[in-house]
Design a protein around this ligand. Structure first.
Ligand code: FAD
Length: 292
């Protein structure tokens, strides 16, 4: 892919990432009448969501793909341009930022990174399909309510598992931590991944000589990788989990480079990401009109 973006009018803002944060920022910027380009590097994390029940405005729930499609349509309706494209590097330039990627090279006065995180998935056959139908889950804050009184296993390779289990025990009395790898000193039942099988009705644990255990849901507590490398290589500060550190206007420590959503330190939630996007987009607009 090598789209000649240079044929377009000069962009005032480039938004990197087409998930809830990037698309919300695009809607705001388009409504501020900015020439905004969204680079869509692939599926949003939200596209894993079978049905979200905590997204504001959807009392009967909304599927992740449907939500992302609505957000994209809203941004495009006001004039944002969304194109496939990945950014490979970015750096400070004389009048803003220079971006390199599948589209070639571009210089823009300001950019917003909304690149999210990538979840660590275990190599269990069928795990992706099981996430899509909610047998396997990744976010107790998102969907523990839909696991009330269910039999729950939490799969971990460190101490995150016990913290998630403690959270889940306020919803169910039947929560077991299953530990893989060499997480010395961490609580939980040591298992091998091969002991776990995903079946139509849930998850089965079979360990030699032990009675079979069945769970309705398997929560993954294996962490994720913040997609912050681009910003960090340009000099942006990050925390110990590689999440970007931003100021009150969502600007990273690189002048003109803003960030919103899961890639930023804080709660990985749609409501948080769209709030950060609204703040970032407004700050970018004020900066471009010389008022910020
Ligand atoms: C199974 C599951 C269920 C969930 N349920 C809920 C829920 O019910 N409620 C809730 O609030 N949250 C939920 N979440 C979390 C929610 O999905 C995230 O908080 C949300 O998607 C974050 O949005 P974002 O825009 O920051 O990042 P993302 O949605 O991850 O989007 C990131 C975008 O950046 C792009 N990108 C990355 N790198 C580059 C690059 N170099 N160049 C160009 N593009 C790039 C990606 O391709 C993608 O388009 C759930 C998550 C999972 C996995």
């Amino acid at each position: 892919m090598n789209t000649p973006f240079t044929e377009e009018p000069a962009w005032e803002v480039v938004v990197v990432g087409a998930g809830p944060a990037g698309l919300t920022a695009a809607t705001y910027l388009a409504r501020f009448r900015r020439r905004v380009l969204v680079l869509d590097g692939g599926p949003s994390r939200a596209e894993w969501i079978p049905e979200s029940h905590n997204t504001p405005g959807f009392p009967h729930g909304v599927g992740g793909p449907d939500l992302v499609a609505r957000m994209r349509a809203q941004a495009v309706a006001f004039g944002a341009v969304v194109r496939p494209g990945r950014v490979d590097s970015l750096e400070a330039a004389t009048d803003g930022l220079r971006l390199d990627g599948t589209f070639g090279t571009m210089e823009v006065p300001a950019a917003l990174l909304a690149t999210g995180v990538v979840d660590h998935l275990p190599p269990i056959p069928g795990v992706e399909a099981a996430i899509r139908d909610s047998r396997v889950r990744m976010c107790p804050i998102c969907d523990a309510f839909e696991a009330i009184d269910r039999r729950i296993a939490v799969l971990t390779d460190g101490d995150l598992g016990e913290r998630e289990a403690a959270f889940l025990r306020t919803y169910s009395a039947d929560v077991e931590v299953l530990r893989i790898g060499e997480a010395e000193g961490c609580p939980g039942m040591q298992i091998a991944l091969e002991d776990l099988r995903l079946e139509a009705q849930g998850v089965v644990l079979r360990r030699g000589g032990q009675p079979e255990r069945r769970f309705d849901h398997l929560y993954l507590a294996l962490g994720c990788a913040a997609q912050s490398d681009l910003a960090v290589a340009a000099g942006a500060r990050q925390d110990e989990l590689n999440n970007l550190i931003v100021d009150a206007h969502q600007m990273t420590s690189v002048d003109g480079l803003y960030a919103a959503g899961d890639v930023v330190r804080g709660l990985n939630q749609i409501a948080v990401g769209v709030g950060e996007a609204a703040i970032a987009a407004t700050a970018i607009h004020n900066r471009l009109r010389g008022a910020g």
